[in-house]
Design a binder for this molecule. Structure first.
Ligand code: KIV
Ligand code: NA
Length: 273
């Protein structure tokens, strides 16, 4: 029996207990998060957070697949969604389907996510028609950061509110099982959540959304570059790692490490490291 949370189970959670989502990029983090979340997103934020690129435009299909495989090895029950990187789907529905097939085929993930609303409806519909569940992503779309001239909050003007609602309706109509709403005025994200039947997952959006997501490195205080205002930091791993590195460095320099317990003699231990 499949105990994994599928995309259809996420869809049916609309309006109930909020859906708990986090990003994950590696095997150990997937192992640690999997028992606590409904959904793990292998976000293209991996390009920035793990690989040090300036924007998510640094992500490639190969990068997403490698991290998708690592997360799948560490996840037993969460719904695992892998982001489609910039340049892998915008061109046409045919291109989008080929890329989605590669991601699912090579990772075994439950679904893919792509950015865009009205403009990407054909891509979403084509992937869904091939029985691959799709998560949408509207509002602030990091893959459009150059076009938008920065990371700008959406929904401040009447025109942009109308465009956001049109995007949400288009993503729903195209068959997405859920949609991320990022960096959007709170009342607009709440309104969209009421207007569509698929669950909305908020990030910098609203507590009225059907679920929430954060970038795991931001959430645990590991991100070394700028963190968006909407992040809440639940741990401070930067200082944990800094203190460990400081202690290790001074113990090596003082010849305190390695101690007797960390070296081998002919009479103790056995053959295994
Ligand atoms: O890439 C990512 O981490 C994302 C989430 C922030 C939704 O798309
Ligand atoms: Na993303």
């Amino acid at each position: 029996t499949d105990i994994r949370v599928g995309a259809d189970l996420i869809r049916r959670r609309k309006g109930g207990t909020p859906i708990v989502c986090l990003t994950a990029y590696t095997y150990p983090i997937a192992r640690l998060l999997d028992p606590h979340v409904d959904l793990l997103l292998v976000g293209d934020s991996v390009a920035m957070v793990v690989h040090g690129h300036e924007t998510t435009l640094g992500a490639s299909l190969e990068m997403m697949i490698a991290h998708g495989q690592a997360v799948m090895r560490g996840s037993a029950r969460a719904c695992v969604v892998v982001d489609m990187p910039a340049g892998s789907y915008e061109g046409s529905a045919v291109q989008a389907l080929a890329s989605a097939r590669r991601i699912v085929g090579e990772t075994g993930c439950q679904a893919v996510k792509l950015e865009g609303g009205v403009d990407m409806a054909r891509q979403i519909a084509a992937i869904v028609a091939a029985d691959i569940p799709v998560m949408g992503h509207i509002g602030l779309q990091p893959q459009s950061v150059k076009k938008d001239g920065g990371y700008k909050i959406k929904g401040r003007t009447d025109e942009t509110v109308a465009a956001l609602i049109a995007d949400a309706l288009a993503v729903e109509k195209a068959g997405a099982f859920s949609v991320v709403i990022e960096g959007t005025i709170e009342t607009v994200a709440a309104d969209i959540t009421r207007r569509i039947a698929i669950p909305t997952i908020g990030i910098g959006a609203s507590d009225d959304c059907d679920g929430q997501i954060l970038v795991v490195d931001d959430m645990v205080g590991l991100t070394v570059d700028r963190v968006p205002k909407f992040v809440k930091q639940y741990a401070d791993l930067r200082s944990v790692i800094t203190h460990a590195a400081e202690r290790y460095a001074s113990e090596v320099r003082d010849r305190v490490f390695p101690g007797p317990a960390h070296v081998f003699s002919k009479t103790n231990g056995g053959d295994d490291a």
